[in-house]
Ligand binder design. Sequence first.
Ligand code: ATP
Ligand code: MG
Length: 205
Amino acid sequence: MIAAREDAQFAGKPGEPPREIAHVATQERPPPRKMRDFPGAPVEHSRVRWLAKTADDTEAFGARLAASRPGATTFATVHLFGDLGAGKTTLARGFLRACGVSGPVRSPTYTLVELYETPTVSIVHLDLYRLLDPSELEALGLREWAVPGYIWLIEWPERGQGRLPFPDLSVTMAGGINGHEINVSATSALGETWLSLVENTAGAP
Ligand SMILES: Nc1ncnc2c1ncn2[C@@H]1O[C@H](COP(=O)(O)OP(=O)(O)OP(=O)(O)O)[C@@H](O)[C@H]1O
Ligand SMILES: [Mg+2]
């Protein structure tokens, strides 16, 4: 049971196991170019793959990520990759709902950013699809939210390359004939712990 885990940095909220989850072989790859102003460099440690057969499944996986999220003493970032319609906002909605956000959760396609504050965590949801240049990020004043207690969920992070914090988790989504595939890679030590908690709650083989 994940609830008994000892790492106080992570909030424990176990749920029911999702249906199909598989731990894929550990992969190492060279870290990408260092991004401006943000410390550290991502190293991919391990991956979890999940097949979401319905939009509800995608939301459920978002909720599972949220259930194992880092606690209030930590700043964390999730990059959400995938083509238009891959399910990024759906996953983010599940994440936000599981954090206690009850109002509407819309894609911040035009506003670029939406802030959700709950008693336990603040979530910054970004959709950078319409960003013309990464330098435009500076005008959004995001830096004040790059602090403990905040989790950033970033759709289209490639559009903000060089101006974003390194991801702890990188999620890559793709729709297919059997459902939407969700691949989650841990790209920091924090992400590694986070992902292992997701795996454990999922009852992976
Ligand atoms: N596993 C799934 N199976 C079937 N439909 C899904 C699944 N996951 C999400 N969807 C549906 O796919 C559609 C697009 O999802 P969503 O808006 O989350 O995509 P997105 O990746 O955020 O797209 P964009 O890049 O335009 O922001 C929605 O109608 C959503 O309900
Ligand atoms: Mg979206």
